[in-house]
Unconditional design. Structure first.
Length: 273
């Protein structure tokens, strides 16, 4: 203990800040990163993590300033370049984002997140084939990380390549059994290829722990309808509508799988057809 009592050092403050990030408290973490940077303006770790936290709270310009300060010292810091690209993408600066992702890839061709984020941005621009190429590179670099494989499954599903999409989600779930989104999409893709019985088994497995998840209830209703189990389908649809009436009614009206119910009085009343 010093003359004026104990004083938290930078390492302790950094530990506290990172704990706040893990607890999803980025604003409080930023305050601690600022404390570190006042004492040590060249602390790259504090600057980088402050940038990540600023991205979390959507202060993208401030985040870019943090990453830019890092790059003034180390122009080839792939992580900083990549996260600057994320900020630019959120600010709708598409060209700037692509330039950052490509710059990060050139700085470190084995840095997977740059390929992933470039793939996500390409997908948003409807450039699906190029997006899939980027995601494949991310998967090769980091085969055990779920995000690229999962997102690839999403794109393949959009493209109606349902068998391939199913394979992606099954791979993710095999490596990460607690990845509930992957399990849900396994059910969705099973339904898309017509295997509604297996799809329902998946949905029931998730509903055992998430009984009020509206998306799963609606998906199960769809599959019950496809199997001709209309009373069960309508009960599930009623429950889904009670949880999110506007969205579920809109979906059900457009859903081909419910066309056989268009003459059903209960269905018409539920969806206001």
């Amino acid at each position: 203990m010093g003359l004026f009592g104990s004083k938290e050092n930078s390492e302790d403050t950094m530990y506290s800040a990172m704990s706040l990030i893990e607890k999803n408290q980025p604003k409080a973490a930023i305050t601690l990163f600022n404390d570190i940077l006042k004492k040590d303006p060249k602390n790259t770790s504090a600057l980088y993590n402050k940038g990540l936290a600023l991205n979390q709270i959507k202060k993208y310009s401030d985040a870019i300033t943090c990453f830019d300060l890092i790059l003034q010292r180390n122009p080839n810091d792939a992580a900083a370049i990549n996260n600057m690209g994320i900020a630019m993408a959120e600010m709708k600066n598409v060209q700037g984002a692509f330039e950052c992702y490509d710059r990060a890839i050139n700085a470190d061709p084995k840095y997977g997140p740059s390929y992933f984020n470039k793939g996500v941005l390409l997908d948003k621009l409807q450039e699906h084939d190029e997006a899939l190429k980027c995601l494949d590179k991310a998967i090769i670099i980091e085969p055990r990380k779920p995000n690229a494989q999962f997102y690839k499954g999403i794109i393949l599903g959009k493209l109606k390549r349902h068998e391939e999409s199913l394979n992606c989600f099954e791979n993710v779930h095999k490596m990460h059994p607690n990845h509930m989104d992957a399990l849900f999409h396994i059910g969705i893709e099973l339904a898309e290829i017509g295997d509604h019985k297996k799809a329902i088994q998946i949905f029931d497995k998730i509903l055992a722990n998430h009984k009020d998840n509206v998306n799963i209830i609606y998906a199960k209703s769809r599959s019950k309808s496809a199997l001709g189990e209309f009373p069960e389908s309508l009960e599930l649809l009623k429950k889904a509508i009670s949880l999110n009436s506007k969205t579920i009614r809109a979906w059900a009206k457009e859903e081909k799988i419910f066309e056989k119910l268009h003459g059903n009085e209960q269905f018409r009343k539920l969806v206001k057809l």
